[in-house]
Design a protein. Structure first.
Length: 359
């Protein structure tokens, strides 16, 4: 696979899609000290293989708990304390080894440490490889909602290796596939058609299936990189990558980040967005059924019920995509395009949410 180069207004960096773990020539260079951040599971599986690839004066490791519920300022402070204790400086490097949570946390911590130092991302989940590690959006959660505290801080480099997926639980693979479908539905009709035709055996943990994922990973990253290059700070087209997230973030918060993986909540959110798009004639019945079939084919047809529709609706206003009392929704316009709307009547939204109401 070729190297993708992402160029934004603030930075340019390579996204290397290759055999990082087994390539003897692959290494990460740092002129000062490096701090690698991971979680217990990933560190146990891969730390011994990644550490020898880091060329730095000194290399330190910080392990934080695994899970979206730990993506908070408390654990950012743990990373920063480790950096200060080992006397990292402004020439130092942070390295994220893990999934989307680790990617977000390290991006954020490195962005505020001494007003910002470089970081490198080595994503180990499918979701992080195709989405979280690319584009420089770094955020953490608080009592008010998901990713409400954060910044834009582009990595120095991203290393994608499908080898990591061999130890990924099937549920995590499916969650990553939800983000791939999200990208394709909004920006890449051909990519969606390819996923429709893809062998569902992709979701098995054998070497051949994992290798077969690579072209789809490359396509998703390439599409996202092209979008980010046009709109680094999400003032326009990049907002389309939030398809499913306006609903999904509320689902995650209401369930305390413990019932669904991020990709699962986004998949449910996309179905809600599709139902709204269908009501507004942005999506037709045939297109809606195609998307539903793709979700079902890859095990993304999770069930969810809303206890209180009015309370769910009010949570939208805590989302960072809502401004001046208007809720921003990303809705598919057919397959391969999307629209960004902040003018949808409250009754339309409530009627859509009622489709998921607990009876």
């Amino acid at each position: 696979m070729p190297i993708l180069n992402l160029h934004t207004d603030s930075a340019s960096y390579p996204i290397v899609i290759d055999d990082f773990l087994n390539n003897e020539k692959a290494h990460i260079q740092c002129a000062s000290k490096a701090l690698l951040v991971s979680n217990p599971k990933v560190a146990g599986l891969y730390l011994h293989r990644v550490l020898p690839k880091i060329r730095a004066q000194e290399v330190y490791v910080c392990v934080v708990p695994d899970g979206e519920e730990y993506k908070t300022m408390q654990y950012i402070d743990q990373i920063l304390s480790c950096a200060f204790a080992h006397r990292l400086d402004r020439k130092s490097l942070m390295i994220a080894l893990g999934g989307g949570v680790i990617s977000d946390m390290v991006g954020f911590a490195s962005g505020i440490f001494e007003r910002g130092i470089d970081f490198v991302s080595i994503p180990t989940t499918l979701l992080a490889q195709v989405d979280a590690s690319v584009g420089g959006k770094c955020g953490i959660n608080n009592m008010y909602g998901k990713n409400l505290v954060g910044l834009f801080h582009q990595p120095k480099a991203v290393y994608i290796d499908s080898t990591f997926l061999a130890t990924l639980p099937l549920r995590e693979l499916k969650a990553g596939l939800a983000e791939m479908l999200k990208i394709a539905i909004c920006f890449d009709k051909e990519g969606f058609e390819a996923l429709e035709k893809a062998d569902s055996a992709l979701l098995t943990q054998n070497a051949a299936a994992i290798k077969a994922f690579e072209p789809y990973i490359y396509k998703a990253i390439k599409t996202k990189a092209e979008v980010v290059a046009q709109d680094e700070r999400e003032s326009g087209i990049r907002a389309g990558l939030n398809y499913g997230h306006t609903f999904g973030h509320v689902i995650e918060k209401i369930t305390n980040y413990t019932q669904f993986l991020h990709g699962e909540a986004v998949a449910i959110g996309m179905k809600m967005a599709n139902a709204l798009a269908l009501k507004l004639s942005l999506l037709n019945t045939a297109e809606s059924k195609r998307i539903d079939s793709a979700f079902k084919r890859f095990g993304l047809d999770m069930t969810y019920t809303i206890d209180d529709v009015a309370a769910f609706y009010e949570q939208f206003f805590l989302d960072k995509k809502s401004t001046q009392g208007k809720i921003t929704f990303i809705l598919p316009k057919g397959i391969g395009q999307c629209v960004i709307r902040d003018d949808i009547a409250k009754d339309e939204v409530l009627n859509t949410l009622a489709m998921w109401q607990k009876h």
